[in-house]
Each structure stands twice: as C-alpha cells, then as structure tokens.
Design a protein around this ligand. Structure first.
Ligand SMILES: [Zn+2]
Length: 449
C-alpha cells in the first residue's frame, strides 16, 4: 500500500505528540498512510518495539529440545540392515558373489521387521532399482513417520508460544532438504471407556487392531487390564507403528461407539471414544545421524538469529530514516511543506522497495549495551539476584526468562497476566539491551548455582 500511495503525492509529517508521529500522504484520505515511529528524542518507543522482536527469539538449548521431539529415532535403519543381511544369506547360499545392493530401502516401516514373499523376485526388483533409479536409492532409508506433538505440553515445556513453534516447524519444512512435512493439526490422544467393563475392552481389542496394539504396548509397560475398563493412548503413534495413516484409524476407532443391527440401524455399543490434545501434525524421518541432527539444529539457530538481526536492523533503519527527515517541533512543519525533506523521504522509501536497502548490520553506536552505566548495571545485577532468591525455587529460571520479565515480554511459563503484577521486576530494565540483560542473567545464574 505504501508503494502505491506515496508516488506522485507529497508526504507530510504530522506530530501528534512528542513520541508518535504520523506520515500522511496528501490526497489519499481513504487510505491514510500512517506510520507510527519511535520518537528520536525519547528513544523509549524503540525499546517497546524491540520487545516484539526479542519475544520471537528462541535459545539454542530450547531448539535442541524441539529437534529431539521432532526427530525421535526410529527402527528403520535396523530393519534395513537385517533385511540386507537376509539378502546376503540368500545370495551366499546360492553360491553368488555375496555382493548385494547397499542403498535400497524396500522395507521402511517400524512394524515390518520381517519380510515375506518370493526372494528371487525381490532381489531382482532391488537390483533393477539400484541400477536404474540411482536417485531414489540415494534417498534416506526412513521414509518419514507421521507424528503428533501435543501443542499445550510442548508450548509449556519449551516456553515458546504456539505460533513460534509453528514458525520453527515451517523453517524445517522450507529447508532445501525438506526435513519434515507439516500437516494440519490433529488430536493426538484417544481415550476409550467401556461401560461393559474389562470384558468389553478385551472384546473390542480383539475386534479392532489399533486398540489391540495399544493394549499390548500398555501391557509391555507393565499395565494390567484385569480390572480396568479404559485405555488412553497416542493414536498417531499407534497408527504409525502399524504403518497406517491416523485418519482411517481414528474413523475405525470412532465406529466402536456404535453397533449395527441386521437392518443396518445403529445403536449405542456402550463404548465411549474421546479424542483430545490438539497437536502439531507432521511427517519426519527418524534415522538422522548425530551430524545431521547438528546440522538441523545449527540451521534453526542461524535462522532464528538472522531473523532477529534483520528485524532489529529494519527497525533501526526506519528510525534513522524518519529521524533524518524530522523537524524538532511540530510547528516547524505545520504551515509549509518542506519539499526537500519530502523528496528525501520518497527516495528512501523508493530504495527500500526497489533495492531492499535497510543496512544489514547494526552499528556499534546503536547497541544499547554500550549505554549501560555502572549504576544501571549494579541495579540490574541486584535485581537478578533478588529475582533468583524469590522465584528460583518454584520456577525453572534461565537468562532469557529473566530478561523477558525485566523487559515485560510475556511467554507461556511467565504470562503477562501473572507476572505483570510483579511490578518490582516487570519491565524494570526496558532501557537496557535485551541480549545484554540475558547474558548477564545467565552469568549470574551460573554463579549462583
Ligand atoms: Zn523410520
């Protein structure tokens, strides 16, 4: 809109008060172009705007936790190796050379740890594959598993907002290696209750394979079903372990609630099926080795840091650009239009849209950490110590969590509705650079341990 409006029309700056100004495009009343800019004279607004940028940044160790959740190890490689050994045995028993194609992945799902069928045709098909479809053979062994990560638990565990985690998952999907494939959210947990008692639960386990697998898994974990009429399980995990999509499995489980009589009329079966825990839903491989996991982690970290740097530099660019065409007081531009400044601002906006010139780095003079005087620093350190003393026992604290509270940035574990009342600390060090506060808080926490 800005690009459409400003061309061929004079720009005028209109001060509302000392801290906010609007830029208006004359003759464009219906689409009044308003840019709220930080006042150059106060600088407090810059801190306010920077809060929104720092709110989206995620620590390295949190990213590591997320990567571990997104790429849990699977058994595809083991299955593949077993399969290769079996093929080798077949080959050697026939007096062959013993060499077998290596990069073949006919068996992929966790549950398919045995193969069946005609060995000869399988071998032939695989030889054919290795010769003619080298690109396919180069693909990873694991084809990816359908996974569901409950949103609420993940958000609280990582202390990152829901949309923040979605963004990170999108970064992984958009990477040239396409580390995962995002799908629409699903309910991850399934709860089955049988009014007919334990016997009915056993009966539906016989009728419905996914329930049978869930019961078998629970028994493996030491649970007994002699006196229970209900079971909870992660339906997406169970479906994936069976090599099925979760959609049809859910439909089948839902059907357990109804019985059909001979005339095709439905009646209640006495089984209650409930799905809960809305979850991130994606398909990701489970055979990433340590180096690949490191690459994924480094990529995410670099991407998040780059985003923060870009947004900060854009904000500084906007501030500097508007500063360069601002008058000190509103009355200086209240009557006449300053054509010189008008043209200058136009050329800055033009360069922004056409050349994307924002100045990619932040100058040293812009860094607020250089503006911390000894008094501010000692107050900051004292507050960090007091904060740790008051809340260190009941909350898991880290440098970023403390810096967020000191800057008034809400997060899932430290929401504004609760922590905003702690006026002693909330937004108490907004004038000190966020990353500087975080660095000092981390150092102090390490010292206090
Ligand atoms: Zn796998």
């Amino acid at each position: 809109m800005l690009q459409r409006c400003y061309k061929n029309r004079p720009l005028m700056r209109w001060c509302i008060d000392d801290s906010i100004c609007f830029i208006l495009v004359q003759g464009c009343v219906n689409s009044l172009l308003k840019i709220i800019v930080p006042s150059i004279y106060q600088g407090d607004d810059l801190c306010e705007l920077k809060r929104h940028i720092h709110a989206n940044t995620v620590d390295y160790r949190i990213l590591k936790k997320l990567v571990q959740k997104v790429f849990p190890p699977c058994r595809c490689k083991d299955v593949h190796n077993k399969h290769k050994e079996a093929l080798k045995d077949v080959e050697s028993s026939r007096g062959g050379s013993g060499e077998v194609p290596v990069n073949i992945s006919p068996v992929t799902q966790d549950c398919k740890d045995e193969y069946s069928g005609d060995d000869e045709s399988l071998l032939e098909a695989e030889n054919k594959m290795s010769q003619s479809e080298q690109t396919v053979a180069e693909l990873r062994i694991c084809p990816g598993h359908e996974r569901a990560l409950p949103i609420e638990n993940t958000v609280m565990d990582l202390d990152v907002k829901e949309e923040g985690i979605s963004t990170l998952l999108c970064y992984l999907e958009l990477h040239h290696n396409a580390w995962l494939e995002n799908m629409s959210h699903v309910y991850a947990n399934c709860k089955i209750q049988c009014y007919g008692g334990p016997a009915q639960l056993q009966a539906i386990a016989k009728k419905c394979p996914p329930v049978a697998v869930a019961v078998a898994r629970a028994k493996k974990e030491g649970k007994t079903f002699a006196n229970t009429n209900q079971i909870d399980f992660n339906v997406v995990d169970i479906s994936d372990s069976m090599g099925w999509d979760s959609g049809p499995v859910k439909r089948e489980i839902k059907c357990l609630a109804w019985n059909m009589d001979t005339a095709g009329r439905p009646s209640k079966s006495g089984v209650m099926v409930e799905f809960s825990d809305l979850a991130y839903h994606f398909r990701s491989p489970g055979d990433l080795d340590v180096e690949e996991l490191d690459d994924v982690l480094q990529f995410l970290h670099d991407r998040v840091q780059k985003q923060e740097r870009t947004e900060l530099s854009q904000l500084m660019f906007l501030c500097k650009s508007l500063t360069s065409v601002s008058h000190k007081n509103y009355w200086m531009c209240a009557d006449d239009l300053d054509m010189k400044r008008n043209d200058k601002l136009k050329s800055i906006i033009n360069n922004y849209f056409e050349k994307q010139e924002t100045g990619s780095h932040i100058d040293d003079e812009d860094r607020d950490e250089h503006k911390v005087n000894p008094g501010m620093l000692s107050q900051l350190l004292s507050d960090i110590h007091q904060f740790h003393g008051l809340y260190g026992h009941e909350h898991s604290l880290n440098g970023r969590a403390i810096a967020r509270v000191f800057h008034g940035i809400s997060s899932p574990c430290f929401p504004a509705s609760t922590w905003g009342r702690v006026r002693r600390f909330w937004r108490s060090h907004l004038n000190i650079d966020f990353n500087f506060v975080m660095k000092r808080a981390t150092q102090e926490l390490l010292r206090l341990r």
